[in-house]
Write a protein that binds this ligand. Structure first.
Ligand code: AMP
Ligand code: ZN
Length: 720
């Protein structure tokens, strides 16, 4: 059987046809090593690993190159996204860029090993191939595909008619246009940098025929793939965000240099999302392998989770889904735990062989791993096959799945000495019939992730994931985990929404003040807490547990601002929903002015502070009464307007621009935004804002701004 894969270039599924019939060459765009790889990055590396494993399973030899980007756009990215906290810290600690790169390279290789990703044959570092980049740039200049300007070298996009073939993208995308000013040295704004002159004070720079500088990001992948693999690369992988500009540019460079097509198959993995948005550091929804381990999950549970969704579909990461994956993994492990399959031969015919054939068919079908996994599960339930043989087939298929099941019999018994000691003591207590002591030890061990099995001959202790012993989760993973009550009858005058994270005292101050000034109104309070590292959760639990009208919703991580607000919108039973920032303290009756403004049914949103804008970019405070938007410090919306406007856009992880987006949405329905004047409010400094690193604020604000701007700047009827 041959492996068929979707080729981004031809937009069709094609069989992988290596130049050398027995050996496949594979190039994967590797990590940028100035920060931890997050689970999204790792999903993309898992995809390449599965391609490699399938090819090996089919009998091919695979030569795999994965580059390490340790130079080049590091500085560029920092300028664009705001300098990384960790780099800043490293700088303060007196570390050099190279040491930072070395540190994160090491962490990356460890992460890959934890996920049982087979190491590439070569991990070339960009810094070790600067001369290859320079040689390649020289060729491009000679052949008339590149030009030198002010110490920079640019690729001349017009000289390469095939430009745009991969991405279908011939216009600079809007985002680029907004964030980067056009470089006046370029002949054409689409031309991209091959070599960049070093700015004063730059630490990582090299000599070149064009002066001191550093290579562009794309050239490194052309140079290294041509160097290690040659002019024919069978498969090239990356995430979909690499298609443009990175791979479009790489394709132009390599093909312009050698004069023919270089890559056979371009394969791109879809994104991993978290809380509905692409996992990214700038969205602050990124998790690492260590985050999973801290919460008691096994890194391989993440691998299992990725098996359950096809690589060309988005996968929304939640801890709940991860918990499900962890249980699936543990279940598979139980099938191989006793090791009895080791003496069993693989079947050549009969039902066992047919299961293997079906499994192989699905993995070859554009890497249909969810289907292949389902086949494995059906096989495990096939009573016509003896148990050890089923386990043997499972281990065979696991060469592709990569869950490391073959070593589970040993790993499951490999427990730290202090655990073994506890197991021994418990065994003694049990023999002496001290069952209470023995049981409490068993429970303690279970919490640490150890399962005990008592046999006549003794007790077998087995490693389990800690996450599995937590019992049924009482925490939510996403806003969708709470039921939507918007169609139910109103039961309150107001629903107040508060969001808590490491700010318990602030939230309580606001909550108590609102209750004190309610004036006999029926008020429902909904507080969403997730991700607090201080005593916030306990504090809120104690303060609200006797209030039947207060709903404290606990999340298993910090939900984004929009998702947290959506929890309240879904659960709101008040006629008016009030979104309040906990830094606001009501010092009098704030409810009556809101009610008065909302008596006018044409008003869809009101609040303490209004904003006006001429260009959808710069906002100024507006006296009102009518304004373009109301800020989320104190924002009131009738519940029936919420019903029409829908829930908030959860891509807004941070509060900034979320209020503008929601105000615009309401106004787009034809409602007015009106300021409620003279609200008795006291504004305190916001602890979340104060405690956030300025770079971080800037990065998050910008991420939100782009989402907002792209959605609304065409709607000129809403501003100006
Ligand atoms: P970087 O270290 O930023 O160069 O990214 C390494 C790889 O991860 C690239 O192939 C990206 O396309 C990919 N990637 C980045 N974010 C995500 C995400 N949220 N989901 C899946 N892949 C991603
Ligand atoms: Zn690359």
């Amino acid at each position: 059987m041959r492996l068929w894969l979707y080729n981004t270039l031809s937009r069709a599924k094609e069989p992988v046809s290596p130049r050398d019939p027995n050996r496949v060459t594979l190039y994967s765009c590797g990590p940028t090593v100035y920060r931890d790889a997050h689970l999204g990055n790792l999903r993309t590396f898992l995809m390449a690993d599965w391609i490699k494993r399938v090819l090996r399973f089919l009998g091919y030899e695979v030569f795999h190159v994965k580059n390490i980007t340790d130079v080049g756009h590091m500085r560029q990215e920092m300028l664009e996204r705001g300098e990384d906290k960790i780099i800043a810290a490293a700088r303060k600690a007196g570390l050099k860029s190279r040491e930072i790169a070395e540190h994160y390279t090491r962490v990356f290789l460890e992460d890959e090993a934890r996920l049982n990703i087979l190491p590439a044959d070569v991990f070339p570092r960009a810094t070790e191939h600067i001369s290859h980049c320079i040689e390649l740039i020289k060729v491009l200049i000679q052949k008339g595909h590149a030009y030198v300007k002010g110490g920079n070298v640019y690729f001349d996009v017009e000289s390469f008619p095939n430009y745009g073939a991969l991405s279908g993208n011939i216009l600079l995308n809007l985002l680029e246009a907004v964030r980067v000013e056009a470089d006046p040295l370029k002949r054409n704004p689409q031309d991209f940098t091959l070599w960049k002159a070093a700015e004063p004070g730059r630490e990582m720079k090299w000599d070149s025929p064009w002066g001191e500088g550093f290579p562009g990001w794309h050239i490194e992948c052309s140079a290294m793939s041509l160097h290690y693999i040659g002019e024919h690369v069978d498969i090239h992988t990356g995430g979909v965000d690499n298609i443009f500009p990175h791979h479009e540019d790489e394709m132009a460079q390599s093909e312009a240099a050698v004069g023919h097509r270089v890559v056979g198959h371009w394969v791109h993995g879809q994104h991993l999302l978290a809380d509905g948005a692409k996992m990214a550091k700038s969205a602050a929804n990124d998790y690492t392998i260590r985050d999973l381990e801290e919460r008691g999950y096994d890194p391989l549970a993440f691998r299992y989770l990725c098996l359950t969704v096809h690589y060309r579909s988005r996968l929304n990461f939640t801890f709940r889904a991860l918990g499900g994956a962890q249980r699936g993994l543990s279940h598979l492990r139980r099938h191989v735990e006793d090791g009895a399959w080791r003496d069993v031969e693989l079947p050549r015919e009969g039902p066992g062989a047919r299961w293997i054939e079906e499994f192989t068919r699905w993995i070859c079908h554009d890497l249909a791993l969810p289907r292949a996994l389902a086949v494995v599960w059906s096989m495990l339930h096939d009573e016509s096959i003896p148990h050890p043989l089923r386990s043997r087939i499972l281990v065979h298929c696991d060469q592709v799945l990569g869950l490391d099941l073959a070593s589970w019999p040993e790993k499951s018994r490999d427990l730290p000495p202090e655990v073994q000691e506890k197991v021994r003591i418990r065994h003694e207590e049990r023999s002496r019939k001290n069952f209470t002591a023995a049981d409490s030890l068993r429970m303690e061990l279970e919490r640490q992730g150890v399962e005990l099995r008592d046999h006549a001959q003794g007790t077998l202790a087995l490693r389990r994931s800690r996450a599995e012993w937590k019992g049924a989760p009482r925490e939510i993973s996403s806003s969708g985990d709470v039921p939507n009550l918007l169609e139910e009858e109103e039961r309150y005058d107001f629903t107040v929404s508060l969001v808590a994270c490491d700010n318990g005292h602030e939230v309580l101050r606001c909550y108590e003040a609102l209750k004190a000034h309610g004036g006999g109104r029926r008020i429902q309070t909904i507080i969403v807490e997730g991700g607090s590292r201080d005593a916030t959760r306990r504090l809120l639990q104690e303060a609200t547990c006797h209030d039947p009208d207060c709903l404290l919703v606990l999340a298993d991580h910090r939900l984004g601002e929009a998702a947290s607000r959506n929890v309240a919108l879904r659960q709101a039973l008040g006629r008016i929903v009030l979104l309040v920032d906990p830094c606001v303290e009501p010092v009098g009756d704030i409810f009556s002015p809101v009610e008065r403004v909302l008596e006018d049914r044409e008003v869809g949103v009101t609040g303490a502070m209004g904003l006006l804008t001429k260009d959808c970019q710069n906002f100024e405070e507006g006296e009102g009464p009518e304004v373009h938007a109301i800020t989320i410090y104190f924002m009131a919306i009738p519940r029936d307007v919420v019903r029409k406007a829908g829930f908030m856009d959860e891509r807004f992880r941070f509060y900034r621009h979320l209020d503008l987006d929601y105000s615009f949405r309401i106004r787009h329905l034809g409602y007015k935004a009106v300021v409620a004047g003279g609200l008795p409010l006291k504004l305190h400094p916001s602890s979340l804002w104060e405690n956030m690193d300025p770079e971080e604020r800037e990065r998050r604000s910008r991420a939100n701004f782009y989402i907002f701007y792209r959605k609304w700047h065409h709607h000129t009827e809403l501003f100006g």
